[in-house]
Design a binder for this molecule. Sequence first.
Ligand code: ADE
Ligand code: ZN
Length: 338
Amino acid sequence: MKVFIENLPKAELHLHIEGTFEPELMFNIAQRNSIELKYKSVEELKAAYQFDCLQDFLDIYYQGASVLLTEQDFYDLTWSYLEKCAAQNVRHTEIMFDPQTHIHRGVLFETIINGISKACNDAKEKLNVSSLLIMSYLRHLTEEDAFKTLQQSLPYKHLITAVGLDSSEKGNPPSKFAKVFEASAKEGYIPLAHAGEEGPAEYVWEALDILKIKRIDHGNNSLQDEDLVKEIVKRDIALTVCPLSNTALCVVDNLKNHPLKTMMNKGLKVTVNSDDPAYFGGQVNKNYIEIQKALNLTKEDMYELAKNSFQYSLLDEDEKQFYLRELEQYYKNDNSTI
Ligand code: ADE
Ligand code: ZN
């Protein structure tokens, strides 16, 4: 099963580039930018990765991101993640980035987007991994601030596919961003949002009905409302589920109690993702492997999860079919060798 999962062609749809920042690279970049980190060593930093809730994690995550200054920094961060994709048979990835985290420190939008997108272009050519970018608004900031970010993104619109909504969920409902999401959609960005990670089912309703999102990041708390589950199924909207993130942030107490299979049984379309792999103890393949073990999932289940990852990606129909055929071929060959 482990080898089957490792070789399974898949897409990753929920990934924050700032959350891929491995401590070793963080210390290297801090040193070359002459920035002193609060932690003395990689070990000391890793020891701080113990979280009781989303906010605990976010406090450390923003500190880590604060050493990123130059285009080369954003390139190196992204390239390092894309190499890991290639090694895990992640054939396509949809990368979230948080421009406000960097703009607030004086980094230009241009610096961020150029570094990230150059790494993505190189990865397509050299690693055969495709990618799309999701610009995420930070929900603990004001809608006005998100509007400024939208404005700054417009010269680079051709490089960005979607907008997302992340950071501290509780107390920051999707409705706070109604206008900026409407304006973003008018500019051609596909609306997506984190909802129902720590926030209530009501926030998922708002994300659907007010922000008109096409995919739900996490969505765990949707299960608290049967009508909502039915509505998500009816609208054929996928949930990007992140098992190791959920246990690291105490959204789920134990992987054995993770609702992923329950979601599948209810007809919800779910995918498996790593969220912030440098902080939560595993890349996407580890998420597949650990959830398979914890819930005793079958190869057919794993095939369905990988199929969903392409089907509910933001790729155009031809590209989806290309990857789905590759996946089907892989699954058929595996069956014939049993
Ligand atoms: N930013 C990075 N990871 C996040 C998560 N899991 N939830 C909300 N915002 C985030
Ligand atoms: Zn996330």
